[in-house]
Design a protein around this ligand. Structure first.
Ligand SMILES: Cc1ncsc1CCOP(=O)(O)O
Ligand SMILES: C=C1C=NC(C)=NC1=N
Length: 220
């Protein structure tokens, strides 16, 4: 996937696992989100009630198949072995996870995304081979219990002003009402968990967010 294709794919990036789906079947929630126009998917099975072992792998396989059917890139959070086992299109790792350079070595050809909270983390992740950065939290979030301090879209704008040209997504508390500010700050896309996965109508929520991103980035 070229950097340009990756930028386009990052536009509306749903991140989800079973704990985020308000008790509904994550497969149904993802199918609805895909119908609503999400452009990239991350399987992030984390937090209270997260599946483990065979159940986790089975759910990952179902979501992988759904993304394959829709031609949407499928990324696995943190777990490089699971990403390889599921034939994922990429991995997303945090600062505390296996260093991007090791991941790069183990996953030749896969997309490697890295979380970055400041300029130093952004530069080191890119130097280690990251293909895109996840920057946040943009706004207050209750989804990631150990999120770093809220930095707002200004934090992302500072990275652009400091010369970071790589593909970036903002994440953390993003919904249809505040997504435009994240894109206006220079993000290539918005990464969203609860505004889609916990929405009463995930398809409608994804469609509304898709319109909000198109308003800034231009129609698809
Ligand atoms: C995974 C992650 N990383 C920074 S905030 C966050 C969770 C974002 O969840 P939500 O979109 O529900 O605020
Ligand atoms: C922590 C994260 C930051 N950014 C993205 C895109 N995914 C994550 N899991």
């Amino acid at each position: 996937m070229s950097p340009g294709q990756l930028r386009a794919a990052l536009r509306l990036y749903v991140v989800l696992g079973s704990p985020n789906c308000a008790g509904r079947d994550p497969v149904q929630v993802l199918a609805a989100a895909l119908d609503g126009g999400v452009t990239m998917v991350q399987f992030r099975e984390k937090g209270p009630g997260a599946l483990q072992g065979a159940a986790r792998r089975a759910l990952g396989g179902e979501l992988r198949r759904l993304c394959d059917q829709r031609g949407v890139p499928f990324i696995v959070n943190d777990d490089v072995g699971l990403a390889l086992e599921l034939g994922a299109d990429g991995v997303h790792i945090g600062q505390e996870d296996e260093a991007a350079v090791q991941v790069r070595r183990r996953t030749s050809g896969l997309i490697v995304g890295v979380s970055a909270h400041n300029q130093a983390e952004a530069e080191s992740a890119l130097a280690a081979g990251a293909d895109y950065l996840g920057v946040g939290p943009m706004y207050a979030t209750r989804t990631k219990l150990d999120a770093r301090e809220v930095q707002g879209p200004a934090g992302l704008a500072r990275m652009r002003a400091a010369g970071i040209r790589a593909p970036l997504v903002g994440i953390g508390g993003i919904d249809a009402g505040n997504a435009a500010a994240v894109l206006a700050a220079g993000a290539d896309g918005a990464a969203v968990v609860s505004a889609i996965a916990a929405a009463r109508d995930p398809r409608a929520a994804a469609a509304e967010l898709s319109r909000a991103t198109a308003a800034v980035l231009g129609a698809l």
